[in-house]
Design a protein around this ligand. Structure first.
Ligand code: UDP
Ligand code: UDP
Length: 464
């Protein structure tokens, strides 16, 4: 629909994303989809933590001028109580502490009465009670898998009844989450993330509804258990609205050599390797991964990342990967640093497999384009997401491969063998393609996820 014909009437929904591309990306995708159905505002909390977020916001608002932007400058936040904490976790805490100011700012500056808020899970402790006190319906967009949502919903009950000690966790009505799969931070009660995660889990249940970036065909059993109140009695309504479709914004000028190189490769021959926007592997492991890619003899496109925050990354590839590596692989491998247009890349006909850290956006993008995966979770929710990938048949998960904080390297030989196995597995390729068809169907008018969004907007109108 041309922009001039976009509806500016109807309910007014305000979206409050949190820090990190993994959180911002699904929010901008949701904003774009909702803006076909109602009036949308996005709150940007400034300054952003990473350069990628700042670029994404400015490109998004230029391309979607009918989505209103409301900026909030975050007051200085004293982080001295959390030495060496992840800057994204610190930002979650910072926004929560400033939430009363943020909501007051929003109510004062909003040009239209607010029909509903849609917020990130990391903000639910502070924002859900505030929204209730102002009588504004408050929904959560859960940016990870429904499997992670079920964990998040049940974890506070488990934690309280086990006095904070953690073992394997049986999610009622669903499956066991082995202790080794639980996000690293939650093993430490003093970690900045732990109390936040528990409080957010408790407040989740007080929201008016939860939107999840997943689809029925991918996580049906989990969605049913959540809706039936098996995981947590009295749980709010859960709407599967994914995989949220990519936004239409100009490409970020990052690694410009990628697409001309891909265009020259045979169909489905390339392994794309990326560990997301904020996962940095230890340097020794990066070298083994490089040697593993070389040993696999497959064509590959590898995005290397060495720091959590993008603007801190100054390492030279030659120095990182070892002398001679780039020269040896130049006939079949492209190694880049910096931002690539991942979604466009997964859509490219030359890409036949994806080695991924299993961030949920990466999984949904692979699902949407039917690309088989070899997942190597490193952190946080990624092992729980990896369970979904393995159960659905979208990809392979090497459960024994290391994760952050664990000692030991995964050897180049092992990595090379598994990459070869993924690329040779025709059944995996066919299952991934079928999942891709189901994903595309879910997002079309009449599809379950599309109709889920329509129902939510109807709720904002009070029609139900
Ligand atoms: N992304 C991208 N180019 C990059 C790195 C990441 O487009 O070079 C996108 C990716 O497509 C996804 C998001 O950034 O939409 C990363 O989210 P995900 O949940 O996969 O992982 P996270 O970065 O949060 O760990
Ligand atoms: N999460 C949560 N409660 C919280 C904070 C995070 O349930 O209080 C979930 C959230 O869905 C996220 C996952 O835990 O996807 C991991 O969070 P993190 O921000 O580390 O991951 P990211 O998505 O930025 O890679």
């Amino acid at each position: 629909m041309p922009i001039s014909e976009k509806p500016v009437n109807g309910p007014h929904v305000v979206l409050i994303p949190s820090a990190g591309m993994g959180h911002l990306t699904p929010f901008s995708r949701l904003a774009a989809s909702l803006s076909d159905l109602c009036h949308v505002t996005i709150v940007s909390v400034l300054p952003t933590v990473s350069s990628a977020e700042s670029r994404h916001l400015s490109d998004f608002f230029s391309s979607y001028p009918h989505v209103h932007s409301l900026q909030f400058e975050l007051p200085p936040f004293d982080s001295s109580a959390y030495p060496n904490a992840d800057p994204f976790f610190l930002r979650f805490e910072g926004i929560n502490q400033s939430a009363p100011d943020l909501i007051t700012h929003l109510l004062t500056k909003s040009s239209k009465p607010i029909s509903a808020l849609i917020i990130d899970i990391t903000l639910s402790t502070s924002v859900v009670p505030l929204a209730k006190s102002f009588g504004i319906p408050c929904y959560i967009l859960f940016t990870a898998s429904a499997a992670m949502l079920s964990f998040c919903a049940y974890f506070p009950t488990y934690y309280d009844s086990n006095s904070g000690s953690i073992g394997d966790i049986q999610i009622p009505g669903l499956r066991m989450v082995p202790v080794a799969t639980i996000p690293q931070a939650l093993h430490n009660p003093k970690h900045v993330f732990t109390p936040l995660f528990i409080q957010n889990g408790k407040n989740l249940a007080k929201a008016d509804g939860i939107l999840v970036n997943t689809f029925e065909a991918l996580e049906k059993d989990t969605l049913v258990a959540l809706r039936d109140g098996k995981v947590q009695p009295g749980f709010p309504p859960v709407f599967a609205v994914g995989p949220l479709l990519p936004v239409n914004i100009p490409a970020i000028s990052g690694a410009s050599e990628v697409f001309p190189w891909l265009d020259k490769q045979p169909e489905k021959s390339v392994v794309y390797v990326s560990f997301g926007s904020r996962t940095a592997m230890p340097k020794e492991q990066i070298r083994e991964l490089g040697l593993g890619l070389e040993a696999s003899r497959c064509r590959f496109l590898w995005v290397v990342k060495t720091t959590v925050v993008d603007s801190h990354d100054n390492t030279e590839l030659e120095e990182l990967l070892g002398e001679g590596f780039l020269e040896r692989v130049k006939d079949r491998g492209l190694v880049v640093k910096g931002w690539v247009e991942q979604e466009e890349l997964l859509k490219h006909k030359a890409v036949g497999g994806f080695v991924s850290h299993c961030g949920w956006n990466s999984v949904t993008e692979a699902a949407l384009h039917g690309v088989r995966m070899l997942v190597w979770p490193r952190l946080g929710d990624q092992r729980i997401n990896a369970g979904v990938v393995a159960r659905s048949g979208l990809g392979m998960w090497m459960e024994k491969w290391s994760w952050e904080g664990e000692k030991g390297l995964v050897s180049a030989d092992e990595i090379g063998e598994r990459i070869k196995e993924m690329m040779a597995d025709k059944r995996l390729m066919a299952t991934a393609q079928k999942i891709g068809e189901e994903a595309q169907m879910a997002m079309r008018p009449g599809g379950a996820s599309y109709e889920g969004l329509v129902e939510i907007v109807r709720r904002f109108e009070g029609v139900e």
